[in-house]
Every structure is written in C-alpha cells, then in structure tokens.
Design a binder for this molecule. Structure first.
Ligand code: G3H
Length: 478
C-alpha cells in the first residue's frame, strides 16, 4: 500500500513486512482518510531490542544534553503545529483551534519537562547512619534517581499528541527509551509528532513508534518482557492491561464520571458557563469532562434554564469550521451514546433539547430529572450528552459521586469556601476543583484517579519520578 504512512524504528521510516495496513476513518466524512502500517510481532521485538540498547548510552548522556534535545524537539513541534493540527482535525474531528492548542500545549509540556528534569534529577540525597538507633556515624548513603529502562507509552485518541508527549518527555529526560503505540484514530498525528523528535536528532532506536491493531500487537506489547514500565491513558483496556502486566510500574489514566455539585449559594452564571466548557468542549470526549450535574433542587430550574440558553448557542458541524460540537470519534461511539439516550428516554428523563444525530454528529443534549436507575447516571457517554440529577442535600450529592466506580475529578460550586473544602475532602476523586470545571492542566499539576480511574499520579514532576527508581550507594567507613 504505497500511500500508507510508515512506522518509525531504528531512526528510520519503514513499511511493515506484513504488507497490511490499518485504515483511519475520518469521523466527519466517515471515509478512509489515512492508512498506517499494521506492524508485526517481529517488528515489535525489533524495536524492543533497539530500545534496550539505545537506552544504555542515553542514560549516560549528560542530563543537560538530554534537556537540550528535548527543548529542540519542543521548538520543532511548535513550528509544525499547522500540519499536525490538520491531522487532528481529520483523524479525530477535534475543532481546528483546539487542535492547534493541543500541539502548542504539547511543545510547552516538553520544554517544562526538560527544565523540571534538570532540577529534580540533578539532585540526590546524602544520609548518615547515626540518626538510626544503634548506629555510629560509619555509613554514608548517597541516593540518586536512575531510569527504569524501556517505557511503553499508549496514549488515547482524544489527545494523541499531548498525551503521547506527556509520557515521552518525562521518560526521555529521565534517561529511559520509549516505544510508542498510538491509538488508531490519532496515529498519523502521533507519527508527525515523532517526526519532530526525529528532526531534533535523538539517537537511533531511542524512540520508536509502532502502529497496528491493538488486537494484534496490543497484548504482545503490554506483556513484552522488554518493557520496564507502561504509561497508558484510555478506557477499560487499562484494567485488562494492569491484570496482565508483569512486575513493572504502571501509570494508568482511565475513565471518569466527573460530578459537578452545585449548592444553593452558587453563582449560577459561573456554573452554567463551566458546565458548557466542562461538559461540551471537544463534544464531551475528555476523561475530565463534567459527566453528571448534581444540583440542589431549589436552584435546579434556574440553572437548567441558563445552561439551556447556552447550549442553544453552541455551533454544531465540521471541525474544519471550528464548530463547538463536532462528530464523535466513531460510529460505534455514536451508537453507544445513542443507547444511553434511548435508555434515559424510556425511563422518563426530561429532554431539554430534541435528540438529533446525523452520522457521527450528535447535537448537544441536556437531560434533566435523571434518576439513579438510568444508565446515563453512571456510565460515561464520551459524547455531548449531559445528565442533570436534582438533589435535596449535599450528602445526597456526595453519595452519588462516591457510589461511582470512577474517581477521577469532580467539582463543587459554592461561595462558602469552608463547605467547599469539606465537600472536597468527602469526594473520593483524585482532584476536586472548587468553582471551576474539572481539567488536567496546567500540565505540571498532579493528575490522578482513584478506583477504576487509574493507577499512580501524572503531571510533569510525578511522571518523571514515576519513570525513575531510587538507587543508593553506601560508603562504609572503617
Ligand atoms: O481525556 C483525558 C485528558 O487527560 C483530559 O485532559 O482536562 O486537559 O482535557 P484535559
């Protein structure tokens, strides 16, 4: 297949020996937009070998040089923002402006990582033995952070560039090598991004990018003995990976059902604009999207009216036109969302707008009077459909939030900061935002999910630390 994008191995762009390709369907046109190589298990073995060898000398490359290369890659990435953003528009139907933002944010993340790495990896600890009972001052202990080896990075379709570099940059600054398996939708954006690292001049074999079907190389990659750490962002697959992976550190960011708790004293205009931003940006396809509104009954009518008015102003259409609401990533995703909507209809939810769908494009929909027996009260649509549950007490809201199997983020709106902090303490989620919608960024903030939402914590500093191990050398004095 001559027009298929090549995969990246040993510092070169290659065709797979499989002779097969995987088609990437444009969510808007529903036609094949690009093709990528369907890599084989032998090709995976090869990149693993190369990664292992390249890592050894990379770990010995001075930290400042590693940082310098990352800064270079960041600058090149930003220079290439237009073609990469165009791929994001075509592959995942992300609105044009947001696509550019994703690439710029990614360049900034890579630079920040280089700087942070220089600081935190440039320091170690020195301990003396006589602080522990029974010891004389005869042992000096030196600690430093050493790389883990080969990091396997698996980003999701919704941020194929940003959530790839949030794994690549910490891995590389810490002296690891990196094997990237992009999502199918988003693979070409990932390949373009890898090209920027290629242009920056990283050593051969240090970074590889293998494309293909998860069903063919997914388990082979995640269970590969050459992998020393997996950083994964996505859905349920992460739970399956964590059950099969060996004794290696895992960083997982999976789904969420982020609740927005609205108290009676909240600034309802602020809440409404945050619900729009939180619930409908990128058509709700963010793990940190507001996925359920839990509003006190006394202010529910007023809030729903305000949100309805703002929903009416959202533009719906093609990502090229920078529409607010664009087609969801695949037909199966649209069908899944429709299933949740139908279930809510059958069980008596109030539709604030008419349900409308054309192909993968689903018009924004607010569902009021949702009850706990409806699937949408618990499941994440990953689409522009937002349920509102009316509550009669704060406890009821906290109870609903904590009854979820997810625990990524949540938010609470109130003018009473004391109440907000108590609610934050009671919510079993990795982060609680007070008076703003959930969000991962700024990208150096810690980012973590409890329960089925993940393992470990991300954010620049945490990722660097997670991709290193403490090594100690003890000097024993006579
Ligand atoms: O989809 C999951 C992302 O980690 C969310 O990132 O809050 O910047 O949209 P975001």
């Amino acid at each position: 297949d001559g027009d298929a994008y090549k995969y990246y191995s040993d510092g070169e762009w290659k065709k797979s020996s499989s002779g097969k390709t995987v088609a990437i369907i444009n969510p808007t046109t529903r036609k094949t937009q690009y093709k990528v190589q369907a890599c084989t298990q032998e090709e995976v073995n090869k990149v693993m070998d190369l990664a292992k060898t390249a890592q050894k000398s990379w770990a010995k490359t001075p930290l400042w040089k590693r940082a310098e290369l990352l800064h270079k890659a960041a600058a090149i990435l930003k220079e290439h923002k237009a073609p990469i953003a165009e791929c994001l528009v075509k592959e995942i139907a992300k609105p044009a402006k947001d696509s550019v933002t994703e690439v710029v944010r990614s360049g900034d993340l890579v630079s920040y990582c280089a700087e942070e790495g220089v600081r935190i990896l440039g320091e170690g600890k020195f301990l003396v033995s006589d602080s522990f009972p029974g010891n004389e001052r005869t042992k000096y202990c030196l600690t430093s952070k050493v790389p883990l080896g080969v990091i396997l990075a698996i980003p999701p379709f919704n941020y194929p560039v940003n959530l790839a570099v949030s794994k690549i940059a910490p891995a590389l600054i810490a002296g690891n090598s990196l094997v990237l398996k992009p999502p199918t939708q988003g693979a070409v954006s990932c390949l373009h991004m890898v090209h920027c690292f290629h242009l920056a001049g990283f050593p051969k074999g240090l970074i590889s990018c293998v494309t293909g079907k998860g069903s063919e190389i997914g388990d082979f990659l995640t269970m590969h003995p050459g992998v020393n750490c997996i950083s994964f962002t996505g859905g349920d697959t992460g739970i399956a990976i964590s059950k099969k992976a060996g004794m290696i550190p895992l960083q997982m960011e999976l789904g969420g059902k982020d609740a927005c708790i609205v108290l009676e004293d909240a600034d309802l205009d602020l809440v409404a604009s945050n619900i729009i931003k939180g619930g409908f940006s990128y058509s709700g396809q963010r793990c940190t999207a507001v996925k359920v509104v839990l509003v006190m009954e006394s202010v529910a009518d007023a809030l729903v009216e305000k949100v309805k008015a703002k929903v009416a102003k959202l533009t719906v259409g093609a990502p090229e036109d920078d529409s607010d609401i664009t087609p969801v990533v695949s037909e199966s995703s649209a069908n899944f969302i429709e299933g949740l909507v139908k279930d809510a209809k059958e069980k008596g939810a109030t539709f604030c707008q008419e349900y409308k769908r054309e192909g993968n494009l689903i018009w924004p929909l607010l569902l009021d009077n949702v009850r706990p027996d409806m699937r949408i009260a618990w499941e994440e649509p990953f689409g522009p459909v937002l349920p509102v549950i009316r509550i009669n007490s704060i406890e009821e809201g906290i109870h609903h939030c904590n009854a979820s199997n997810f625990g990524l983020q949540g938010c609470v709106f109130t003018k009473d900061v004391n109440k907000a902090i108590l609610i934050s303490d009671a919510m079993e989620t990795g982060t609680v935002q007070i008076n703003s919608a959930p969000a991962r960024g700024p990208d150096h903030f810690p980012f973590q999910g409890l329960k089925d939402s993940g393992i470990g914590s991300q954010g620049v500093t945490n990722s660097i630390n997670m991709m290193t191990k403490i090594k100690t050398t003890v000097i024993n004095l006579p």
